[in-house]
Structure formats: structure tokens, C-alpha cells
Design a protein around this ligand. Structure first.
Ligand SMILES: Cc1cc2nc3c(=O)[nH]c(=O)nc-3n(C[C@H](O)[C@H](O)[C@H](O)COP(=O)(O)O)c2cc1C
Ligand code: SF4
Ligand code: SF4
Length: 283
């Protein structure tokens, strides 16, 4: 029996979920979606799982691109576990559709409400002290069911999300192409390269001892949260705003995006920065 979980994570919630499921299943390979999907096919796997955060009420774009290119064993047991803060939306439905296109069925779908990590928009909430024990508990339940290869109909988007998705989320999805434009790097940067190693999108190059952003950012918050010098900031300048307006993006969110110096950052307390740099675990 060969078990494999592919995970995408910025601040460790999804990695923690993936690890707990892997521990319960036993003998499971965990592979980061940082990898080139063509180099990590799942054609010989009997259990194939996907664990990821929810962005803009759906599956993060890098996860969609990864799954589209991944070669799979269509007859495997498939599961998906999304890690939203509050709104799971289309995050499981979309995954089911991606798999369906490959001739496979999603046997089990669920979600774990988690600490909201979008720290360039808001401070992390609810407090980790309250939320993490609940996340742990729900993940234990899910891990038990998956280890027993149970079937669970995946959660679907509610009526509100379905009706408002395009109006509310369309502009944010459009903004993604400019997602890393407002990042700043202060003189505190020591050129250690950690931001580049934790980035799940391979979006950061270290050039002349400083990070440079390559414009395929998912805004996952890994670099911001992991920098030992807190050197990465986020500031929407007049030029950025013009760019954002040029995209016809009518979104109130842009007005409040930024990273005040005292903003609390977040990383799942069970996950280390070293864990975020890894591409593979065998549990
Ligand atoms: C760009 C971005 C968009 C997000 N959109 C949503 C969302 O639509 N719904 C939601 O419930 N949480 C949303 N969140 C919160 C994350 O899904 C949540 O904090 C997740 O657990 C983070 O997982 P990670 O620690 O594995 O990166 C968003 C976070 C980011 C960074
Ligand atoms: S992690 Fe921080 S200090 Fe290290 S290279 Fe990146 S920005 Fe500079
Ligand atoms: S550049 Fe930073 S925020 Fe963007 S995907 Fe990479 S780690 Fe995440």
C-alpha cells in the first residue's frame, strides 16, 4: 500500500493537518507542491491526498496548477482536506472537479477551520491559543476517518458564496497577478535566503544578497512570517495603486492592505521554519 499526500502551505496550518493525517495512516510520503508535479507522479499510489489552505473562497491557484499537471492512479482512494479560516467555499468542490477531469473520484472531502493568516490585511485571528486546540481535535477526527479509508461527500459552497463569488472574489483573483508588487525589503535584511527557501511558489530569488520577487506570488505569507529580521514589509504605493486600478479591480481590500510594524505575525505552533523549507517528509 503506497500512501502519498501533496500539501501546500504558507504558515503551517495545512502542513500540520497533512502531518497528522500521515501519522495516522502510517508509511506516508508528504510532498510539497513546491515540487515540479512531473517529477513526483502518483501513478503507483493507492491513497492520494491533497491538503491546502483556502484562498478567496476556493483552491489556491498554485494548487490548481499542480493538480492539473500531476499524473495519478485513477483507481486510488482520493481525499482532500481544506484549511480555511471561516469560508471553505468551493475549495473541495473545485478539487473534485479537477480530479473528475482526470477520471478520478474524490472519495473523502472535509475542512479544518484554522487561524486566519492573511497578515497583510488583518492581525491573525481567532487567537492561536483558542483556535489551535480546536484545529487539532478536528484534524484527529478527519485523520481517523481517512486512515480507515472512509467515504465522505465533500462540502459544497453555500448559496451566499455561490451567488456572490464572482462579484466579491473576481476582483481579488484578478489582483493576484500584482500580489508581490507592494513587498518591500528593509536594510535589516542580512541576505540569509530563508524567505526564498520557505516560498512554496519559488517566487523569491536572492540577487546581490537581497530577495527579489518574481511575480508569481500567492500571497501565502510564508516569507513575511519566516524572516528572522522582519525585513519584509508590504506597502501599497501610489504606483501600485495605479497598477491595481488599471486592472479595474474594485476592491476595498486594497485600501487596507499593508503591514504595520507592530502587526502580530502567525505560524502554526507545531511547525518550524525549517519544516517550511522542506520539500518532502516520510512519516
Ligand atoms: C491570500 C489569502 C486568501 C485567503 N482567503 C481565505 C478565504 O477565502 N476563506 C477563508 O476562510 N480563509 C482565507 N484565508 C485564510 C487561510 O485560508 C487560513 O489561514 C489557512 O489556514 C492558512 O493555511 P496555511 O497556514 O497552511 O498557509 C486566506 C489567506 C490568504 C493568505
Ligand atoms: S529572510 Fe529576511 S533577512 Fe533573510 S534574505 Fe529574506 S528578507 Fe533578508
Ligand atoms: S513571495 Fe512570499 S507571499 Fe509570495 S508566495 Fe512566496 S513566500 Fe508566499
Amino acid at each position: 500500500m503506497k500512501n502519498r499526500i501533496y500539501y501546500f502551505t504558507g504558515t503551517g496550518n495545512s502542513l500540520r493537518t497533512a502531518m497528522k493525517i500521515a501519522e495516522k495512516m502510517g508509511e506516508t510520503e508528504l510532498i510539497s507542491m513546491k515540487a515540479d508535479p512531473e517529477s513526483v507522479p502518483a501513478t503507483d499510489c493507492d491513497t492520494i491526498g491533497f491538503v491546502y489552505p483556502v484562498y478567496h473562497w476556493t483552491v489556491p491557484e498554485p494548487v490548481i496548477n499542480f493538480v492539473k499537471k500531476l499524473k495519478i492512479n485513477r483507481n486510488a482512494y482520493f481525499f482532500a482536506v481544506a484549511n480555511p479560516s471561516f469560508i471553505c467555499g468551493f475549495a473541495c468542490e473545485r478539487m473534485a472537479k479537477l480530479l473528475h477531469k482526470k477520471g478520478a473520484d474524490l472519495n473523502y472531502g472535509s475542512f479544518v477551520n484554522s487561524v486566519a493568516n492573511y497578515v497583510i490585511v488583518y492581525p491573525p485571528f481567532p487567537p492561536a491559543k483558542l483556535m489551535v486546540p480546536l484545529m487539532e481535535k478536528k484534524t484527529d477526527r478527519i485523520a481517523e476517518e481517512i486512515a480507515q479509508r472512509k467515504e465522505r461527500p465533500y462540502p459544497r459552497a453555500g448559496r451566499m458564496v455561490r451567488a456572490r463569488f464572482q462579484k466579491f472574489m473576481g476582483p481579488y483573483l484578478e489582483l493576484q497577478q500584482y500580489a508581490d508588487q507592494p513587498f518591500t525589503v528593509s536594510d535589516e535584511c542580512i541576505g540569509c535566503g530563508l524567505c526564498s527557501r520557505v516560498c512554496p511558489c519559488n517566487n523569491i530569488k536572492i540577487t546581490d544578497g537581497k530577495p527579489s520577487f518574481q511575480h508569481h506570488c500567492a500571497n501565502c505569507m510564508a516569507c513575511v512570517t519566516s524572516c528572522p529580521k522582519r525585513a519584509i514589509g508590504y506597502e501599497i504605493t501610489k504606483g501600485d495603486r495605479e497598477l491595481l486600478n488599471a486592472s479595474n479591480s474594485k476592491t476595498g481590500l486594497v485600501k487596507i492592505m499593508g503591514l504595520p510594524a507592530k502587526r502580530k505575525l502567525y505560524r502554526n505552533p507545531y511547525i518550524t521554519v525549517q519544516d517550511l523549507t522542506k520539500e518532502k517528509f516520510e512519516l
